[in-house]
Design a protein around this ligand. Sequence first.
Ligand code: NAD
Length: 434
Amino acid sequence: MAMNTVGVVGLGYVGLTMAVTLARKGFTVHGVDTSPAVLDALAQGRPHLYEPGLDEGLGTFLGDRLHVASSLPARGVEAAIICVSTPVNPETRGPELGNLRAAARHVAERCAPDTLVIVRSTVPVGGSRAAVLPELLSAWGRARLAFAPERTIQGQALRELEELPQVVGGLDLESGRAAAKLFERVTRRVVSVSSLEAAELVKLANNCHTDLIYSYGNEIALVAERWGLDPLEVIRAANLDYPRPDLAKPGFVGGACLSKDPYILISASRATGYTPWLVGQARGLNEHLPGHVAERLVAMIRSARGSADEHYGRCAFARHRTVRTSIVGRAPAAHVGASGDAALGQVGHRLRIEQRVVGDDQRRIDGARLERTPRRAKRFGSGDRPGKGRAVAADTKVDGEQGVHVVGKVLQHPERMQLRKTPIPRPRTVVPLI
Ligand SMILES: NC(=O)c1ccc[n+]([C@@H]2O[C@H](COP(=O)([O-])OP(=O)(O)OC[C@H]3O[C@@H](n4cnc5c(N)ncnc54)[C@H](O)[C@@H]3O)[C@@H](O)[C@H]2O)c1
């Protein structure tokens, strides 16, 4: 029998895009979240995050086929898709599955054994069986369980949810088939694999591979730098019409998934007695890059004393010793936001700049306060005068590339900042990452 009522547990980026997509495909969707801020925003019809098409989707379906609450309906749902966050512990870097267990408990309380439970959160291999299944079994005695990884990219999620092949693995044949049937109504192609664990590893393997190939571009850049060579020249020449895998361009590699999934794979592998050779090295190299870029940027800013306005400076703020810097990163917007901030935080730290950077959420990175403020890219670009100490940076585009601009107040070593009285309506210099 076709399933028509689906619960989505966790309405962050993954859950909300899934909920809207399911509603668009004709399902009745019950979205659940524990965060009052998320529920408040959605109750007012406002998405609490930005993804193209989400606004319109909510406008069309909310209160109609899409319902949002702090718990699933008492009569249960036919399928429940768990999309809660699965962070890694900042100290140990081990996965924290408390949200997943709580979500499974909630589904077990509100639903019945016939409910198909699908895990979509990223988990260590074996995570669905270890964290979700016991909660279902202890309430129901039996369970229908599947894992179906989310593999969309931010900015394209709604399109990709309908276009990407959907990998599905079941606890048993029947669970796998039921989950495949559900996703056949969402996307063009379903790829069934033989187990929960195979599907879990697909997700981690995809993301760690991305981390790895990007890290090689960074490796080549760091090597080229030692000879004073331009890494982009080398990489362009290496790739041109050469029928072998392309080298990646160097740049920041970060974002919510790439910065944690390698650790999830490493910790899951270690539990089996195997430590991956490459995954940790690649992540380490990618994490080393923001610091390296910051060092270079600081060196460039310092050596540019005397011609400061080419690199930074702003007339009205010379008094306040304001520095304006542009960093341009690799194109994927999602990455530049998070890891560009990381480098800027480090630049600020090294220059002792008190800077407040517009980020996607409230974070603290290496001494820089990152806070959510309205996007100001346009005003900033047209010479908007930021007030003293206000957040004045924005993700924006410079020369067609995604960039991040910072204006900060120099607290110490002001002698290093020679600011000239020349208005700079647009950032003057785009400092390449490498
Ligand atoms: N963001 C991505 O691009 C992406 C892509 C692929 C996979 N993933 C994975 O999907 C999962 C979710 O990611 P996200 O980016 O949507 O996370 P998120 O932090 O944006 O959203 C998670 C939501 O779950 C809610 N939540 C936490 N515990 C809950 C509970 N017990 N019951 C109900 N709601 C609960 C939180 O309040 C939050 O709104 C993670 O495992 C992540 O690794 C994310």
